[in-house]
Design a protein around this ligand. Structure first.
Ligand code: DGY
Length: 324
């Protein structure tokens, strides 16, 4: 390769990441932060040596079909990579990397934020106050649900779920149960105060709060469907900081409307950035705009992790975070 590698960066990134990218590569930055169209992504694959993409870039089989193509790596900014058709990337010999570890704490914090917000009705409380409806303290005003002593059910027990278990058990005195087809060792689980359950359904039946931490795959699409909501306790609440399509949003609306479950805290949605309108009107639902990893420190660390993958790729070294 003559000259510096060309890297197309699809969205605006924090300044320190831009600086590193511009120092090392012929980095085509996107200071206006306008998402690339499918044609723009195809052009990038034709013209650049690598792409630095995000969850908002849909790298489909069609996008990957460009021929001739120059790019050899798609360095995704995020731990999830369901925005990329990795099977096609593999078949076409394009490497894909992600940014695990560095966003674990921020995302676990946000899952706990949502859990506490729905349990303690804080979104509703803030709307009440800002709306000028607050008439003063009273013993029966806006009573929520205690979390200490309650059971948190984790679906998936990877890095982020473990960090949630740590917070929930050791910080908030919750009982933690989980289901994962690839569970951690009994020693790891017990250090987090977390008990495995053989079946996902067992977690749903037992938990007061269910928090989703599985990747978005063909198998986990609509994992939370009508039948599964029907297993949850009527006082139970759902937290989703994983991916929107793990939940059948229409079934969720129905479960909330009918009182099948008591509430939901959602950071991710089936058709982002669109949100099912019925959810917006429900007081027992807290909605956040995909903020799981959104701290300054974390977003810089994610960018630097993607940068590291790019450097290794162009240095001919094995990628730290190769997913394909
Ligand atoms: C992640 O890392 O998967 C975040 O959701 C951003 O894509």
């Amino acid at each position: 390769m003559s000259g510096r590698p060309v890297v197309v960066v699809t969205r605006r990134l924090p300044e320190p990441v831009h600086d590193a990218l511009a120092r090392e590569f012929d980095a085509r930055l996107n200071p206006d932060d306008r998402p690339l169209t499918p044609d723009g992504l195809k052009d990038a694959l034709r013209q650049a040596d690598a792409l630095l993409t995000t969850v908002t870039d849909k790298i489909t089989a069609e996008v990957l079909s460009v021929d001739p193509r120059r790019a050899g790596l798609i360095a995704n900014f995020g731990v999830g990579f369901n925005n990329i058709d990795v099977d096609t990337a593999r078949a076409r010999g394009i490497a894909v990397s992600n940014t695990p570890d560095v966003l674990t704490d921020a995302t676990a914090d946000l899952a706990m934020t949502l859990l506490l917000m729905i349990a303690r009705r804080t979104g509703e409380g803030e709307r009440h106050l800002r709306g000028g409806q607050w008439t003063g303290w009273r013993p029966t005003h806006m009573l929520g649900t205690h979390v200490t002593g309650k059971t948190l059910g984790l679906i998936g027990m990877g890095r982020i779920a473990r960090a949630v278990a740590q917070r929930a058990h050791h910080g908030f005195g919750m009982k933690v149960i989980f289901h994962d087809p690839y569970p951690p060792s009994p020693e790891v689980a017990s250090s987090l105060g977390a008990e495995p359950r053989e079946r996902l359904e067992d977690v749903l039946r037992e938990a007061d709060f269910v928090s989703l931490h599985c990747p978005a795959t063909a198998e986990t699409r609509h994992l939370m469907n009508r039948d599964r909501f029907a297993l949850m306790r009527p006082e139970a609440m759902l937290v989703n900081t994983a991916r929107g399509d793990v939940v059948d949003e229409a079934a969720l609306v129905e479960a909330l409307r009918s009182g099948r479950i008591a509430g939901a805290g959602l950071d991710v949605f089936e058709k982002e950035p669109q949100v099912t309108q019925a959810l917006v009107t429900m007081d027992n639902v807290v909605l956040l705009p995909h903020l799981g990893s959104a701290t300054q420190e974390t977003r810089v660390a994610m960018g630097m992790r993607a940068f590291d993958n790019l450097q290794r790729f162009f240095g001919g070294q094995p990628l730290q975070d190769r997913v394909v």
